[in-house]
Design a protein around this ligand. Structure first.
Ligand code: DGJ
Length: 330
């Protein structure tokens, strides 16, 4: 097991096609994962063909897997609505869905929402809720948190049970970190600005050895740019910049850290036995001209001297998935 070879016995090709159990490329872009009842659930944007496929023509799709490798399509977790007056009318922009289990035992989904016909000017968060991880999720409401813009976003569940919504605000110039209420349906009112005027989007949060690490990208639409990272001792900050954590080159496109191998971050998968005890950084390789053909890259994170590092590998898991250089401790 784990002998160095070109590709492990069971592995997914980073940047290639990721077949689900039915042999169909996984359709869960800008996604995030949740572990529940021994299964991982992968929620993501269901894209359709062509340029028009970047809009939400279907909704949020969900897959499940016991091992992060074999993915079963569990259907549409949150469906867009035929009613043109709905906030999530078919054809709206619904991006980067993330799901947490609230203290109520219910599953709560947050996503970036642009109501139909408004381009990217609406800048809201949408909230939906379900009794089971696979859904169906019922749309609850959309809003601008504390009255501010909300675009690219993630949710982070801390060890103490607190839940944090991190989102690109102030027209993408500055990230906001806002604490959620225990039912995850509202905000406590405690929020902070971070990475001020760095135009950071695509946030993903890791925690290791008492450091919170935020991975993100610059703002260049669907085109790749250089990733950046920040770290803090508390989610409330202060956050200090820690540079571009990416290493190595994607041989399929010749791109390295200057373009994040052609990818953009979306989520950090917390460590367990299926991740080899490591945090996994999830990325999208967008194909905006044929949105459904977007690809994925999942890469184990390292933490050296309190800094996040992510190296390119051709497969997930990497061919030689060595144990983490330092044991995982949150
Ligand atoms: C970059 C964001 O990260 C994506 O989620 C999407 O909103 C594109 N911009 C749209 O151009």
């Amino acid at each position: 097991m784990n002998e160095p070879s070109e590709s492990p016995a069971r592995a997914l090709p980073n940047g290639g096609l990721w077949p689900d159990a039915a042999g169909v490329h996984v359709n869960a872009h800008g996604g995030g994962l949740l572990k529940e009842g021994g299964l991982w659930y992968w929620y993501g944007e269901h894209k359709t063909a062509g340029r028009a496929g970047n809009a939400a023509n279907v909704g949020v799709r969900v897959y499940s897997s016991p091992d992060l490798l074999a993915w079963t399509d569990r259907g549409v977790a949150l469906a867009v609505e035929p009613d043109e007056a709905s906030d999530i009318a078919r054809g709206c922009i619904l991006e980067r869905p993330k799901v947490v289990k609230a203290a109520t035992g219910r599953f709560v989904m947050f996503f970036h929402l642009e109501r139909k016909g408004l381009g990217y000017a609406d800048a809201r968060v949408g909230i939906a809720v379900a009794d089971r991880p696979e859904g169906p999720f019922a749309f609850v409401r959309s809003l601008r948190p504390h009255g501010e813009f909300c675009r690219d976003m993630t949710l982070f569940r801390d060890d103490d049970g607190s839940t944090w919504h991190v989102f690109a605000s102030e027209d993408n110039a500055t990230l906001h970190v806002a604490e959620l209420t225990p039912d995850c349906l509202d905000y406590t009112g405690r929020w902070w600005r971070m990475a001020e005027r760095t135009w950071t989007e695509a946030p993903a949060v890791f925690k290791h050895d008492g450091w919170y690490h935020l991975l993100g990208s610059g703002c260049t639409g669907w085109a790749p740019n250089a990733a950046r990272s920040f770290r803090a001792r508390r989610m409330s900050g202060p956050w200090e910049p820690t540079g571009n954590p990416c290493r190595g080159v994607n041989p399929a496109n010749g791109l390295g850290p200057e373009k994040t191998w052609g990818a953009q971050s979306t989520f950090a998968i917390p460590p367990d036995e299926t991740t080899g005890g490591r945090w996994i950084a999830m990325f999208d390789l967008w194909r905006p001209d044929d949105a459904i053909d977007g690809r994925y890259a999942w890469l184990p994170a390292d933490f050296r001297d309190g800094r996040l590092e992510i190296a390119w590998h051709d497969t997930f898991p990497p061919a030689a998935l060595a144990p983490s250089s330092s044991p995982s401790s949150r």
